[in-house]
Structure formats: C-alpha cells, structure tokens
Design a binder for this molecule. Structure first.
Ligand code: ATP
Length: 362
C-alpha cells in the first residue's frame, strides 16, 4: 500500500502565553512512500517526526493537506478505520494480560463483518507470534519478558490484523546496544516477509541508515532530503544533512574559494573548478583524508585510536571549531606534532555560508 502525503501541514497553537506564534510541527510535507518499503523518518528531537507519524495514523488531524493510502483519501478517517498497526516506544502492553491475550486483543475488538470466531483468532495470534519468534512465551505476562521480547509482542500485536501500514515510533530506544542491533535486523526481516509498507521514526541515524529502503531527514518540521541511505550520505543537500548522517560525523572547516581553488587556513587543498570566489563551509567525511607528506591540509597535535582494521587520527586545525577525526587504514602511523593530508574530492562538500546549501563544482 503506497502512502501519499500531499502538502501535509500541522500547526499547534503556542502553549506559551507570552509568545503568540504557533508551532509548525510539520510544514508542507509532500512525498509518496512506495508500496512495500521500509522508510526511516529521521531528525533531531522536536523536528516533527512523531507528529508526522501521528498524522499518518490519525491520532492528529492535519491543519491542511491530505493523506492517501493507495487511492483512498484517509485524511478524515479515525485511526481504527485506517488499517494501521502501530508500535510505540514504551510498547504499551497490557500488564495483566498474557502474551497471547495481548496479541489477541485487537482481534477481539473487531465488530460487524470483521468479527472472527475464536479458533480463527487463535490461529492468527499464533501466526503473528511465530512471525516475531515469540511462540515460546505465550503464557507469560509482559513483566516476565526481556525488553526485546516485549518489543516483539508489541510488533505481533500490531501485525495480527494484517494492517495495510505499520508505524513504529522509536521502536528500539528502550533496548540496550546489542539488542538494538539484533532487533533492527528483526524489524527488517519481518517487514520483508510481510511486505507491509512500514514507517519508523528514530533520531538514531545509524539505525535508520542500516535498515531503511529510504530515509527522510527532517529539521524544524521541514523535510530536508529524501533518498536511499547511501545516496543521502554521499550527496547531502545541505550542511545540516551532512552533519546529521555519519559516525564519526563530517568534519567542518571554514574555507574560501579563490580562482577555482579551495583554501583552508591559507593553503590550497583542492581544485574546485567552476565555483565563484567566496567564503564557504567545508565538510570532509572522516574517510576523505589521506595521510600524505605532500598533502596541503596540515593539522596539529595528532593522536591515534586503534579501531582494528582502521585507525582514527584525532587532530586539530585552526579553521575547525571541533577536533578533526580522520579514519585511515592501520598502515598509517603518525609521528610528530603535525600530520599532512591530501583529500578525496568526492568526500569533500562545500556549502554556502548564508543558506548552508551545497555548492557543486566541476
Ligand atoms: P522527539 O524525537 O523529541 O520525540 P519529534 O521529532 O518527534 O521529537 P514532535 O513530537 O513531532 O517532534 O514535535 C514537533 C514540534 O511540535 C515540537 O516543537 C513540539 O514541541 C511541538 N508539539 C508537538 N506536539 C505538540 C502539542 N500537542 N502542542 C503543542 N506543540 C506540540
């Protein structure tokens, strides 16, 4: 089922009496989420991710714009009529019910022509439990399960009615690091097996990048960029997106373009033909630095951190406000007080200093 968001906007009245301005939590969001895909909705706290999800599921009403599932306009439908399954961050399981009863719950509430007999409900609940591999714990209560197992029950309960759309709001944030890794793979597997169009909200870029077919990066209610994770990482449209994706993060320098050359701290570090002379912000991915005695970017006080196959060189440069972090292969040993780098051009991004939009050269 495709989801089409058409000029979707949500404004909340200000809660603060002194400040009359409303909060535009989602601002003119237009995008078609393709059928059968997994989409990661990504951005910092307060950027409008949860509001977008709540609009899709019907917990919030848009100020303007439309939400279409397939060819059906669902903008005015209540949540229960939209055919959605939703999993919240805190799982919201019923503590007094067993796992099986929790999963059965949405089916028991069906009325009219959708009402099912008991045997069919049990069969569907067991199928959903099998899909998330929780069959062994059907008689337990939620408090007798680990966080990861509770998460699976919540997903089974969301899937049991075979929704048209599955929505997950920060589904992994209550899990420890190892379980997060495992559970995110599970979400990918379940989504592939069911083919249900799924949208999940996260502020964790690594999580979104690792399992999504496409990511949507938001800031202050406005969509910044949409695309395949690798594409958005490789080709960020602005400084915000470049900084938001990648660990360690992109390194940012103040620089200047003069006569088709990029200067950082007075040294010509890269040829950037076709760009007019101007001050710029320079973003360099950690993997964009090549230790090179002839290299024109000279950084101070290098220290190294061994990361197995690679090493990380941490150093300083007067044109960067934060320490520089370069990832290089472990044959590169650093001595002395300075380290010189040449740069991989496709890992260097330039941005206008006013709009922070990407400047393309070549
Ligand atoms: P987080 O990751 O912290 O959950 P988010 O990206 O999901 O953040 P939203 O919860 O969608 O962000 O909030 C977007 C903006 O809308 C924020 O500025 C928030 O304060 C505001 N907002 C959200 N709900 C309401 C509400 N009911 N009334 C007023 N303002 C709201």
């Amino acid at each position: 089922m495709r989801i089409y968001l058409e000029h979707l906007t949500k404004a909340f009245p200000s809660r603060n009496r002194k400040e009359k301005k409303e909060v535009i939590a989602v601002n003119d969001f237009t995008y078609e989420i393709p059928d059968g895909t997994l989409t990661g909705l990504l951005g910092p706290s307060g950027c409008g991710k949860s509001t977008t999800l709540n609009l899709i599921c019907g917990l919030e009403t848009p100020t303007s714009g439309k939400i279409i599932f397939g060819d059906e306009d669902v903008t005015k439908l209540p949540p229960e009529a939209r055919g959605i399954g939703i999993v919240f961050q805190n799982y919201a399981l019923y503590p007094h019910l067993t796992v099986l009863e929790n999963i059965l719950f949405p089916l028991q509430n069906l009325r009219g022509p959708d009402k099912m007999d008991k045997m069919l409900m049990l069969e569907k609940a067991r199928d959903a439990a099998a899909l998330v591999q929780i069959e062994k714990y059907l008689d337990r209560r939620p408090k007798e399960l680990s966080g990861g197992q509770q998460q699976r029950v919540a997903i089974a309960r969301a899937l049991v009615k075979r929704p048209r759309v599955l929505l997950l709001d920060e589904p992994l944030s209550n899990l420890d690091a190892r379980l997060r890794l495992q559970t995110r793979e599970e979400i990918r597997r379940i989504q592939r097996e069911t083919g249900i169009t799924t949208v999940f909200v996260t502020h964790d870029q690594e999580e979104a990048m690792s399992i999504s077919d496409q990511i949507i990066v938001m800031k202050d209610g406005v969509v910044q960029q949409i695309g395949k994770p690798q594409h958005v990482y490789d080709d960020p449209v602005n400084l915000f997106v470049a900084k938001f994706l990648g660990t360690p993060p992109v390194n940012v320098f103040g620089g200047e373009v003069k006569d088709g050359k990029l200067f950082i701290g007075g040294s010509p570090v890269l040829s950037v033909p076709g760009l007019s002379s101007q001050k710029v912000f320079v973003g360099i991915r950690p993997e964009g630095f090549v230790p090179d005695e002839q290299g024109m970017l000279v950084c101070q006080d290098p220290s190294t951190e061994v990361m197995g196959r690679d090493i990380s060189i941490v150093c300083r440069h007067n044109n960067a406000s934060a320490p520089i972090r370069a990832i290089v292969s472990s044959e590169n040993i650093v001595h002395g007080n300075t380290v010189c780098f040449s740069l991989k051009p496709n890992k260097v991004y330039l941005f206008a200093t006013d709009s922070e939009k990407r400047l393309i050269w070549g």
